[in-house]
Design a protein around this ligand. Structure first.
Ligand SMILES: Cc1ncc(COP(=O)(O)O)c(C=O)c1O
Length: 410
């Protein structure tokens, strides 16, 4: 069959919803990055951006971004770091990141997705075995796809399942003369549960493996200093390869990996997506330096974030909502309903209550379930939280009375 004919017929798991483009999919949020933005000309309370600490639009950060852009332009430096795109500023940010994460060294990557894929790819030889959590982000799944050796997947955050997979992986690794890399996340972004890092590490008493952690949602939000899930669970030293993106708490672009000197140097020289791609542009490096300095020196940002997280999560729980297993800022609200009801409910939330949040349905979660995901941030207010809980109570009432199934009801 002709490739273009096939894709004209089968638009893919997300493409099949392209009829709702601009509304349910590829919606455009306008105005300043904040707790309230404009959606289709109306003000909405925004719960769907990972600007956890509000740094993305902090006035001091905006000023630093502007000054750095004026100074460097958007092109500098040109080329990959290996060829012509290296600067002292890149090393300065790496040094600060390593210090913050209490690791020997750190290396910047231009996009988290590409960076972690390449890190997985270059760390593993075909003799090695990778063991990863079924709930891992697409970038990890894609990284694992590039691995030409054996792979094992364990049930999400299920240590018994990991134990079984590690037993099998150990056998294969011994036969092949390779090693084992276990991959989990600091916080799983859909349901907000932290990876059980402590329990994973305890399995070292039985098996020999290295641990990589994607802490995209934990960086800046968890741990006494904001170092992440490793600090929160008191296992930072046991994480061999730590990864976080600047796309969440830092409100920017770029990412990094941190670990011991040998590992980071190896990554620096072998991550194909970095060796053969343009380096992170200087305004982003300068902007991220500023953000990191603020993240480290202003604990009030994280304190306010958690005040809001606790207010939102306890308010929703008191109102009888099921928040599942979250133990992070990610606030999922589970409800029962069909895809049809889910669409009408989200429309109702946006149009009639001015509440904008992400929705997740089958096949990401079981059929008949609706997951509304709220991301509280430092810049949300008590009014935002109160209004949202009132709105959630109202939509739940409609859902339970089957109102969304009635023709034309929105
Ligand atoms: C868990 C996780 N890992 C990696 C990434 C990719 O990072 P980036 O946006 O920097 O490519 C994301 C999304 O931002 C993520 O949620």
């Amino acid at each position: 069959m002709d490739i273009f004919e096939r894709i004209a017929e089968n638009r893919g798991p997300i493409g099949m919803y392209s009829g709702t483009e601009g509304y349910f999919i590829f919606p455009q949020l306008e105005g300043d990055l904040s707790n309230r933005m404009q959606f289709q000309g109306k003000e909405v309370i925004v719960w769907s951006i990972n600007n956890y600490l509000g740094l993305g639009n902090n006035p001091e950060v905006r000023k630093a971004d502007t000054l750095a852009t004026e100074k460097y332009g958007l092109a500098y430096p040109m080329g990959s770091r290996m060829m012509s795109g290296d600067t002292a500023l890149h090393y300065e940010l790496e040094k600060e990141l390593a210090e913050f994460e209490q690791k020997e060294e750190a290396v910047l990557v231009n996009f988290g997705y590409m960076g972690i894929m390449s890190a997985i790819d270059c760390l593993l030889s075909r003799r090695d075995v990778v063991v990863y959590d079924r709930g891992c982000h697409a970038c990890i799944v894609d990284g694992v796809r590039m691995h030409s050796g054996n792979r094992f997947v364990f049930q999400h955050n299920d240590i018994e399942s990991l134990d079984k997979q590690l037993a099998a992986a150990t056998k294969v690794a011994e036969e092949n003369g390779g090693g084992i890399l276990v991959i989990s996340e600091g916080v799983f972004g859909m349901r907000g549960d932290q990876g059980k890092l402590r329990e994973i590490i305890d399995l070292r008493s039985k098996y020999n493996f290295r641990l990589m952690v994607d802490d995209a949602h934990g960086f800046g939000t968890l741990g006494a200093t904001g170092m992440g899930a490793g600090e929160e669970q008191d296992v930072q030293d046991d994480i061999d390869v730590y990864f976080a993106t600047f796309a969440k708490s830092m409100g920017a672009v770029g990412a990094f990996l941190a670990g011991n000197h040998n590992v980071i140097q190896y990554l620096k020289y072998n991550m194909r997506s970095q060796i053969f791609a343009k380096s992170l542009m200087s305004p982003l490096v300068a902007g991220n330096l500023k953000r990191l300095q603020m993240l480290r020196s202003m604990p009030e940002l994280k304190n306010k974030l958690w005040e809001n997280v606790n207010m939102l999560q306890s308010g929703l729980k008191e109102a009888g909502f099921d928040l599942g297993v979250t133990n992070s800022c990610v606030t999922p609200v589970m409800m029962k309903g069909s895809m049809e009801e889910a669409k009408k409910l989200v429309y109702d939330l946006r149009e009639n209550f001015g509440v904008f949040c992400s929705i997740v349905t089958f096949p990401v979660i079981p059929k008949g379930m609706i997951l509304l995901r709220l991301i509280p941030t430092t810049v949300h207010t008590k009014e935002d939280i109160d209004e949202t809980i009132v709105a959630f109570r109202a939509i739940r009432e409609k859902l339970e009375s089957k109102a969304y199934l009635e023709e034309g009801v929105t």
